[in-house]
Write a protein that binds this ligand. Sequence first.
Ligand SMILES: [Cu+2]
Length: 224
Amino acid sequence: MALAACAGLPRPATVQGHWMAGNWYTFWFTGAAIYAFTAALIVYSVARWRKRSDRPAVQLADNFLIEIVGVLIPLALVLGLFFMLTWPLENKVDRLVATPDVTVNVTAFRWSWQFAYPGHDIRILGTPTTEPQLVLPAGETVQINLSSIDVDHAFWIPAFLYKKDAIPGYVNRFDINPDRIGQYWGECAEFCGLQHARMHFTVRVLARDQFARWLASHGKLALR
Ligand SMILES: [Cu+2]
């Protein structure tokens, strides 16, 4: 929690969110350590080489070796972190299972969302004044088929640390594994027109058995 607050992240509510938070912390603390080291070197140099009454100011010409090392070290750090952490992580997050436990077709439109559960006769349709609720089970693999019927939108749930474009004529498919029961908020993160700011929705993550009852009731079970 303290880590999340200091690095500015919401507490992740999916397995994938925890992976991505780990990556973010690694970058954040690596950056903070490099900053502290660089700042300490600057302070040391200013103090050590300052102009003094008994010594003239030291003026150095360029130093090719130091300059090239100063380029290569940051380059190696960025490339190393990207290829060792971000690249494999993104591949892991993008991986799809062959048989998800639940599938939800998410359709964006100006200006709300529709959440449909194929095979269960459930269709939750929002309006700009009535936020729809996406209901998901905890501890299961949910596959989302994301699309749009008009213009580009973006499906964003901050607590999932995940955002994906909703593009007309194209289905973006991804898996999420919610792991924390609770209620979260989501919204459109791509400016799509005058009512874009009204494209809010909520996400309800239920325990597996409660979700099964909700599905069996065709989404009519009242959720408290
Ligand atoms: Cu929008």
